[in-house]
Ligand binder design. Structure first.
Ligand code: B1M
Length: 215
């Protein structure tokens, strides 16, 4: 197909890893790795979400798209600029209980890590107990919760209630496609009276918040 940008987007939609690295190399000659991810690969994931939501794509194919996305991100990661020097702060990051979506969370991990933060990435389907334990163990400066399902937005609010109950005061950032800024700034803020909670629209927003939290 046409230009490399279009081909990459199509690879995500089709879940096609054959020749992926060659296309990524070609794209790397034209633009920075984060642009490849944020503009072209995510455009493909958006199409996948639309097709799946409309019943035009079955789950196993969505999974193949996700695996292609992960392979591409893993390939691009070493090409990203890394800030050297002192560790700027520690964040515990997790996809919440009941939710397996982790591509967005892992992008947040990469961007924070490359910008000098230590990320304790707990993985997917994490109950609040594990998050609290990790905060204590690592003496974390912040918690990041991710989740893409509508029901995860409820889990996040419940998690915040639990943090309040346990007198955890660490700042929290929330991200994921089903969240809205309004929900975070009303319901979630109300649920977390012992600490601060903020909404991150994307991974860069997350970096911005982290910079403010540990400033
Ligand atoms: Co699922 N899925 N999925 N899925 N999936 C969605 C989320 C869905 C919207 C698709 C649709 O219907 N159109 C829908 C949710 C519906 C809803 O709740 N309203 C859905 C569904 C229904 C499901 C299942 C229930 C399907 C089923 O089993 N019948 C099931 C859920 C299982 C479970 O969790 N218990 C399921 C499974 C899967 C796969 C396993 C096949 C796969 C995930 C693979 C993986 O992650 N390892 C998958 C995928 C790939 C998607 C879509 C197509 C793409 C998600 C994605 O990776 N996007 C998705 C459609 C969509 O989102 N529109 C969909 C790219 C990623 C970079 O974006 O994670 O949003 P995102 O991250 C963004 C921001 O949100 C933000 O930064 C990133 C960009 O910089 N961000 C943060 C995210 N977390 C952050 C945390 C932060 C800060 C920013 O700080 C802490």
């Amino acid at each position: 197909a046409e230009d490399v940008e279009t081909r990459l987007q199509e690879r995500i939609v089709d879940g096609d890893k054959q020749g992926l690295t060659e296309d990524l190399d070609e794209a790397l000659a034209k633009m920075p790795p984060l642009d490849i991810i944020n503009i072209h690969l995510l455009a493909g994931m958006k199409v996948v979400g639309e097709l799946f939501g409309a019943g035009k794509m079955q789950l196993p194919f969505v999974l193949q798209s996700a695996e292609t996305m992960k392979a591409a991100v893993a390939y691009l990661e070493p090409f990203m600029e890394k800030e050297e020097g002192q560790e700027k702060g520690i964040i515990v990051l997790a996809t919440v209980k009941g939710d397996v979506h982790d591509i967005g969370k892992n992008l947040v991990d990469i961007i924070l890590t490359n910008n000098g933060y230590k990320v304790v990435n707990l993985g997917i389907k994490q109950p609040i107990e594990s998050i609290v334990a990790a905060v204590r163990e690592h003496n974390a400066d912040a918690v990041g919760m991710s989740g893409l399902l509508v029901k995860s937005t409820v889990v996040m609010r419940e998690n915040l209630e639990r943090l309040s109950k346990d007198d955890v005061e660490v700042p929290v950032m929330l991200g994921g496609a089903a969240l809205t800024r309004h929900y975070v700034e009303t319901d979630c803020v109300a649920a977390y009276d012992s600490g601060r909670v903020a909404y991150a629209r994307d991974a860069f927003d997350g970096l911005d918040l982290m910079q403010k939290i540990v400033a």
